[in-house]
Design a protein around this ligand. Structure first.
Ligand code: HPA
Ligand code: ZN
Length: 336
């Protein structure tokens, strides 16, 4: 292991952009499909993995939703989440904020209560057995209707204490944040924080809408914000974090080459950028592999990596006191 690899592996960090359905490793997918008497479209793990060749966000989403189709029971959601927590425990992730997509499951007749109970039970075990703290973010599928989003939010109210924020994901182009302005107003009234995927494939205007209409606390991805200097200034002035996902950007062709990734430009422009894995089972790496990919391609220094790890806690939904203590841990590590 190289010195930089070791430094990345050991530095304490948080993950803030992670879709739990995107952690579904092919081996577990086959195991759960078999026990639920369901057939996958692919006959083997290798055949499934060979299909993970995407030209854009939509090509990925089609495969991601079909993989999630085998999740039926509360135990399936537990197993999925527990496998992810064990993995990040080995990567020195101390805190994680996880998206889940209830509509992906309710559309197949799998009730909200099963989905959230399985995930929540694993997150509790993550805290007690692995010492990993977590927050849960309910993500609305933007390609579906406002009515479907309203229904999802209503189902969530019963589990309000388990959910920190409401987010927005899925096909970005043609589905601007403004489509969900009323839902997000309701979510804010109910006491949820808000976040949104914006500027991954969509234009800077979608990032403006996420800020001004959805009142988000963070932007997920946000790459295309860099096309608009006024937007960059606004994001920097308001310390709005960007949850950046380098390997996802490469696999979905948001960037053509990792050496052209805008992460250092973001940091240089004073943006609170963080590094995350998005859908690690599909994009070839968990959080440490994402740090390593940008560290190599952009020749990041230990100081820049330390900054990214500190940003991950600063941008989190932890309480100020917890943030401070986590950031101190990162500093202590980097000085040893
Ligand atoms: N973008 C939009 N929707 C998603 C993503 C993403 O990166 N991952 C899972 N759902
Ligand atoms: Zn995402």
């Amino acid at each position: 292991m190289s010195a930089i690899e070791k430094f990345i592996a050991e530095i304490p960090k948080a993950e803030l952009h992670l879709h739990i359905e995107g952690t579904f490793e092919p081996e577990l997918m086959f195991e759960i499909a078999i026990r639920n008497n369901l057939k996958l479209k692919y006959s083997s793990v290798d055949e499934l993995k060979a299909a993970y060749n995407f030209n854009n966000l939509q090509e990925f989403l089609d495969i991601y939703y079909s993989g999630a189709d085998v999740l039926i029971e509360e135990q399936d959601f537990y197993d999925l989440t527990w496998a992810y927590l064990q993995k990040i425990h080995s990567q020195n992730v101390l805190h994680t904020e996880i998206f889940f997509d209830p509509q992906t499951h309710s559309s197949r007749g799998v009730h909200f209560s099963k989905v959230i109970s399985g995930i929540h039970r694993a997150l509790e075990d993550g805290q007690t057995k692995l010492g990993i703290s977590s927050k849960l973010i309910l993500s609305i599928l933007r390609h579906l209707s406002e009515e479907s989003a309203i229904q999802t939010l209503e189902e969530a109210l019963e589990y309000k204490n388990w959910i920190t924020a409401v987010g927005l994901d899925s096909s970005e182009r043609g589905h601007p944040p403004s489509k969900f302005q009323r839902i997000f107003e309701k979510a804010l009234e109910e006491g949820f924080l808000t976040v949104a995927h914006a500027g991954e494939e969509g234009p800077p205007e979608y990032v403006w809408e996420a800020l001004n209409l959805l009142h988000v606390s963070r932007i997920d991805h946000g790459n295309r914000s860099l096309e608009d200097p006024e937007l960059v200034a606004e994001l920097a002035r308001r310390h709005i974090p960007l949850t950046v996902c380098p390997l996802s950007n490469l696999k979905l062709k948001v960037v053509n080459d990792m050496s052209k990734h805008p992460l250092t430009e973001m940091l240089d422009k004073g943006l609170l950028a963080t590094v995350n894995s998005d859908d690690p089972a599909y994009f070839g790496g968990y959080v440490n592999e994402n740090y390593l990919a940008v560290a190599k391609a952009l020749n990041l220094s230990k100081q820049q990596i330390t900054q990214l790890a500190k940003n991950s806690f600063a941008a989190s939904f932890l309480e100020e006191k917890e943030k401070k203590s986590m950031i101190e841990k990162v500093e202590k590590f980097s000085h040893q």
